[in-house]
Design a protein around this ligand. Structure first.
Ligand code: 7RM
Length: 653
């Protein structure tokens, strides 16, 4: 459907046949027409302070009203200055005086099939009790708490309990390794860890507590580890340090008033990969983040009182934070949580869940969609998915083929697809269609959300022509932006606010078409997107060189049918050593230990040397072309030793 047409200057200007959204959605949507969106968007950019102040008053319950909407001293923002609020009170208490009191807040299904329904009243009780457990164990306002749990309701309870008392959570995805847990504990100076004996994955229990034990071994800073019993595995508990969740909860009071917190009080730190070996701890704060998550969740997913909203992301990622937990609950919606993998016991687990629970809004990632396509339509067609009304996509560009399959086979052409572009750093959706009104362009995240001012610019910050590729920047601050990199304000400034003058630099390349739609091309830095997960090439390289046999390593992304990108690494071994399949496997395991299974290389090539520039920089571009099986094109004049290139090509051929 995507046609290409040459403009006068010979640039390729993509045009796409737009697909109208099904009409029944617009009839009940909050923003009723494209014209209304355009007017609102224009207003929001003309007077951002007025717009955001109105949104903050309409969507958030304040303990004390704010005095000033924004204080902006680039790159540092303070939103809703002087305002006081509590995120957990917005997600829980404010619904208790309404008809939502006994509505399901969370419906959860564990991988073994155990189902739980937790009402707002019950969730409030659990969060209050757990907040008291935290207090009793010495957690204070601003203390950092690591949460390392499976995707079960207790993860949301732990997050909300932290928010209730002003503690700062840092959720670490359960697939990360002991070394990754240790890095994060040390980087954010956490004194507390909340974990579980384990979780269920592919029909088997996997252990979490031993990973924590290894990760924090010898770290004096850890005062308590609170352990949820999930699988019933035999679990070693270290006396004085470790306590069971259920034992602590047994005596805990359900009385815990929400702390009155400043709008800029830190809410959470979430780590994400960057272009150096060290992940960045993005810090999000209370008022602005909550507004971003609340408003986008409501408008982009067209949340209605009777919806069942399922965001398939694990709570360990920003999508799980902003949509499974904060955005959904702040809106008083019913959020669905599933613990396990999509293909257990069979490839139709997701479709089975949608049918049995009557899910109405389904938000997932292109990598999952591509694996469903591969599994075959029959798995979808076995199920009645007529409850679905809105679909969402996030994590990477969705290729038009996958888009069409999602639209036709899953959504039966009844459900519009919200292709949401955003980042850990942005906290909430930034470029996205709106339900019912934005013409859909398969593969494009389409238009900016209200108050968001994106542009495609060249390296000097000049806007490029329509249709030309450039760097995606955001020209104005927005409430849910990350405030800093925890403990490293200089890196925050350098990474995001120095590349393009006066703008937030996203790290993504993009182009804008004749309709104004944004097409995200992907990262322009050394960050890979593997199955929608951000992995820094530098992180993988430093994991590899920490292996005793490795002298040097270079990691590159190559196209992959299901994962989007796959990880290919080139490894130079120490003097006198030779590589074989056994060592390949050893290195894969080593990377899994250092970072986590998601970073295991798909392809390992042993080489005597790496192609470098004369100043010693590894030429990853060449490696990428070699690993992808392509002809090495483009500029090689900076290459130091041409022999390296021919040797490498010989290995690959
Ligand atoms: C939410 C999330 C952020 C990076 C981002 C992009 C890519 C995410 C889309 C997308 C094209 C999308 N946070 N990305 N969503 N690219 N279309 N709809 O994924 O911090 O983990 O990753 O993901 O490259 O910069 S993240």
């Amino acid at each position: 459907m995507a046609k290409k047409k040459s403009s006068a200057k010979g640039h390729i200007v993509p045009t796409t046949t737009l697909i109208k959204q099904p009409a029944h959605i617009a009839a009940h949507a909050r923003i009723k027409s494209l014209a209304e969106y355009k007017k609102l968007h224009e207003e929001s950019l003309r007077s951002p302070a007025t717009f955001w102040a109105r949104m903050a008053k309409e969507n958030i319950s304040w303990i004390k009203p704010f005095k000033k909407t924004l204080v902006w001293r680039e790159p540092h923002a303070q939103w809703f200055v002087g305002g006081r609020l509590n995120v957990s009170a917005n997600c829980l208490d404010r619904h208790l005086s309404t008809e939502r009191r006994h509505k399901a807040a969370i419906i959860a299904e564990g991988e073994p099939g155990d189902i739980r329904v937790i009402t707002y009243q019950q969730l409030h009780t659990e969060v209050c009790r757990f907040a008291n457990v935290l207090k009793k164990n010495g957690v204070k306002s601003r203390d950092r708490v690591i949460i390392y749990l499976p995707n079960v309701p207790e993860a949301a309870i732990a997050m909300l309990a932290c928010a209730r008392i002003g503690a700062v959570h840092s959720v670490v995805f359960g697939g990360f390794s002991a070394a990754a847990v240790r890095d994060r504990v040390q980087d954010c100076g956490a004194n507390f860890v909340i974990t579980a004996d384990g979780g269920f994955r592919r029909g088997q229990p996997f252990a979490l507590k031993p990973v924590v034990d290894e990760g924090i071994s010898g770290l004096e800073q850890i005062r308590r580890v609170i352990v949820l019993r999930r699988t019933g595995q035999t679990t070693h508990m270290q006396p004085e340090r470790d306590v069971w969740w259920h034992e602590e909860m047994a005596g805990a009071s359900a009385e815990c008033p929400p702390a009155s917190l400043d709008a800029e009080h830190p809410l959470f730190i979430l780590y994400t990969s960057g272009s150096t070996g060290k992940p960045k701890g993005l810090l999000h704060t209370t008022g602005g983040y909550l507004l971003g998550a609340t408003l986008t969740c409501k408008l982009v997913f067209d949340l209605k009182e009777t919806d069942l909203f399922w965001c398939t992301a694990d709570v360990g990622w920003i999508t799980g934070h902003s949509y499974t937990v904060y955005g959904a609950l702040s809106n008083g919606a019913t959020t669905f949580m599933y613990e396990g993998v999509p293909n257990h016991p069979q490839p139709d687990r997701f479709w089975d869940i949608i049918e049995r629970h009557r899910v109405t809004i389904f938000y997932t990632a292109p990598t999952a969609i591509r694996s469903f396509i591969r599994a075959g339509d029959q798995w979808v067609k076995k199920h009645d998915l007529s409850s679905l009304r809105i679909l969402g996509s996030v994590g990477e560009p969705i290729n038009p083929e996958a888009w069409r399959w999602y639209y036709e086979v899953v959504g039966g052409k009844r459900c519009p697809i919200m292709d949401t572009w955003w980042q850990t750093e942005t906290g909430a959706h930034m470029i996205t269609p709106l339900p019912g009104i934005t013409p859909m362009a398969p593969g494009s995240a389409t238009l900016p959300f209200l108050g968001v001012d994106p542009a495609v610019v060249d390296a000097k910050g000049q806007p490029v022509k329509r249709g030309e590729q450039g760097l995606l920047v955001i020209r104005k601050p927005w409430p849910s932006m990350a405030r800093t990199i925890y403990g490293d304000a200089a890196r925050y400034k350098k990474t995001y606010w120095s590349e393009i003058k006066g703008c937030y630099f996203t790290g993504d390349g993009a182009r804008q078409d004749a309709h104004g739609n944004f097409w995200i091309i992907g990262r322009v830095d050394d960050v890979l997107n593997i199955s929608g997960h951000r992995i820094g090439t530098a992180e993988v390289e430093s994991a590899l060189v920490s292996h005793a046999k490795v002298a040097e390593a270079a990691a590159v992304g190559i196209p992959h049918e299901i994962k989007g990108q796959a990880l290919a690494v080139f490894v130079t071994l120490k003097q006198g050593l030779t590589g074989d399949d056994a060592l390949r496997e050893e290195l894969r395991q080593h990377v899994a230990r250092e970072i986590g299974a998601i970073a295991k290389p798909d392809k390992i090539t042993f080489t005597e040397a790496l192609p470098k520039t004369r100043s010693g920089k590894i030429m990853r571009r060449l490696l990428k072309e070699i690993a992808s099986g392509n002809e090495v094109k483009g500029d090689v004049t900076t290459l130091d030793d041409f022999n390296v290139l021919s040797k490498l090509k010989a290995i690959e051929d």
